[in-house]
Write a protein that binds this ligand. Structure first.
Ligand SMILES: C[S@@+](CC[C@H](N)C(=O)[O-])C[C@H]1O[C@@H](n2cnc3c(N)ncnc32)[C@H](O)[C@@H]1O
Length: 176
């Protein structure tokens, strides 16, 4: 399971100011970000592909009656439109290595899992909703920008942070 780390705290600062009715988090991990959503939204749906993370976050969030957590790939079985979708996705590029750790590796260029999450704007995001996700300079920016342009979306950078080995950005995507 992914323990809350610098990237978790960075995106936490960005999402804490949003409030509303229906929120979705992809990749709940420990449940740290989900807790913020539970405090700020009426109903929170969270998913993780790792069963141990879902189990652990259910324990961590046991006092919240407004959450629903399941183990699945992205949010495959969920048929619902949300006001906000957030994710601190795995973003390290695995390159040609056959690495299976989906806690931190986001596919060949590091953006493959992120791009699958961004596809949810079609099926699970209200027209006036927003998606907020973390992006690292270690993953391939061009693919995300191309996706945004191809789908006539709007991308805004809410915060930037430089660290020793990577630059992190909190990105917001809305339908134009
Ligand atoms: C970088 S961790 C972030 C965890 C937590 N949200 C945080 O910020 O500390 C990424 C999380 O996404 C989950 N994940 C990876 N691929 C996924 C997928 N296809 N569907 C759902 N969850 C996924 C991982 O198991 C992991 O818990």
């Amino acid at each position: 399971m992914y323990s809350p780390s610098d990237d978790t705290f960075f995106i936490a600062n960005a999402i804490v100011k949003y409030h509303g009715n229906y929120a979705l988090e992809i990749g709940v991990g420990s449940g740290y970000l989900t807790e913020i959503l539970c405090n700020n939204y009426k109903f929170v749906f969270g998913t993780d592909i790792d069963f141990a993370s879902v189990k652990q976050s259910k324990i961590f969030l046991k006092n919240f009656n407004n959450k629903f957590l399941i183990c699945c790939d992205v949010c495959e079985p969920v048929r619902f439109m949300f006001d906000i979708i957030i994710s601190n996705p795995p973003y390290l590029p695995s390159g040609d290595e056959n690495i299976k750790d989906s806690t931190i590796y986001g596919g060949h260029t590091g953006t493959e899992t992120t791009l699958r999450i961004l596809q949810l704007f079609k099926s699970n995001l209200k027209d006036e909703g927003r998606m907020i996700f973390l992006k690292s300079s270690l993953s391939d920016d061009k693919k995300i920008n191309q996706f945004v342009d191809d789908n006539f979306l709007k991308k805004r950078i809410l915060a930037k942070k430089k660290s020793f080995y990577e630059n992190l950005e909190i990105c917001e995507i809305t339908k134009r």
